[in-house]
Design a protein around this ligand. Sequence first.
Ligand SMILES: *Cc1c(COP(=O)(O)O)cnc(C)c1O
Length: 441
Amino acid sequence: MAEPAYALNEPDPSVQELIAARPQLRMDAQAGLMLDGVPLARIAAELGTPAWVYSAETMRTRLHALQDALGGLNADVHYAVKANDHLAVLRIFAAGGAGADVVSEGELRRARQAGIPASHIVFSGVGKTVRELTLAVTEGIAQVNIESPAELDMLSAVASRLGRVMPVVLRINPDVDAGTHAKITTGKADNKFGIPFDDAADLYAYAATLPGIAPVGLALHIGSQILTLAPYRAAYQRAAELVRGLRERGLAVERLDCGGGIGIGYRDEPGASPTGFAGVLRATLGNLGLKLMVEPGRWLVGPAGVLLSEVVLTKGDGRFVVLDAAMNDLIRPAMYDAYHAIVPISPVDALAPVRQSDIVGPICETGDTFARSRRLPAVEAGALVAILDAGAYGAVMSSAYNARPAAPIALVDGDRWTTIRARQSYEALWTNEIVPDFSGG
Ligand SMILES: *Cc1c(COP(=O)(O)O)cnc(C)c1O
């Protein structure tokens, strides 16, 4: 076994520690790494790699844990579809009683296609088009979350043209630092999201005068992968202040959409707890008689997914481990410097001596790196690994960069599994392309 190519630093959690912290995973002495009741090697053998695998039971368990924590609060869960928009995933959450938070026409159509009633759908986003607002009104969704005065006027025109009155909530920007990565912070005054806190009350009063608009409440969403409660407490205190102020002006406020952002443990840090989050809601908003909504995405699906990959080769005595998965499949490490735990699937590989390597993909970009200086058991060409906690902002953010077809997806439920998306064909990559006569020949 080659020596590590350079000095070991901060030890990464061991394979055993990573698995022990994730109840959906288990290392079987014969079958290797199992997701619930299914050996991941079996799925890789049938679907090839790279391949995504989701655990249905993990999604259900997490939704129920959150719903239990929210008990007594008059709060509904609206799953943030953008985290993982597969129809089967939407169906699992719908069956568990969740509605949907959508941010585009495509997501609205997906949610409806998965059987989520329009009355359980809320529409967020900073740039909804007239076409999207028209669909929202004709479908009769629960509410549109308004992010600007211009959007309020657009929606008023659309709804009155259709002879409808649309319930809206105003998304306020509470100017709170969520303490998360800059690219996923959304509640600071200099982010593009929401209505400046100081403008919100006047805009709410204005909304009440518009035809086609019924202001019913407020919304806020301060960022993603939030691991501490303090930013939530600060934001909801500001929201409560605004609710009281609006009511003093004689304006009715019935709903507060509290947003999402609840963080998970990607390494060995503890994820945010739903009971802690619910405790903040109770303390800051509990006595206002509001209908509350929460919109988690990552917390519900992140831990439910893994990305399976095979080691293509190693370079430089193990300094680099090159996988067949790449940044086009899972872009979070390249885009957000995100940490994803990586573990071998074979029980033998899992016991190999630890080595420090860069775990990279085959794409022609230095950013195509899943982990830098990562300590993990030495895996060689042909070994299978699982990149953990890849259920959220994974497959949805994939691209076909380097002409790499979209990877297949399997869904595990107990000891059964099934393919829920086939691997994309090469022909599908260019099926919509048109080669005009003047391009040569
Ligand atoms: C992205 C988003 C969410 C979900 O965020 P998570 O971090 O996945 O929980 C919720 N609400 C809005 C408005 C969003 O943009």
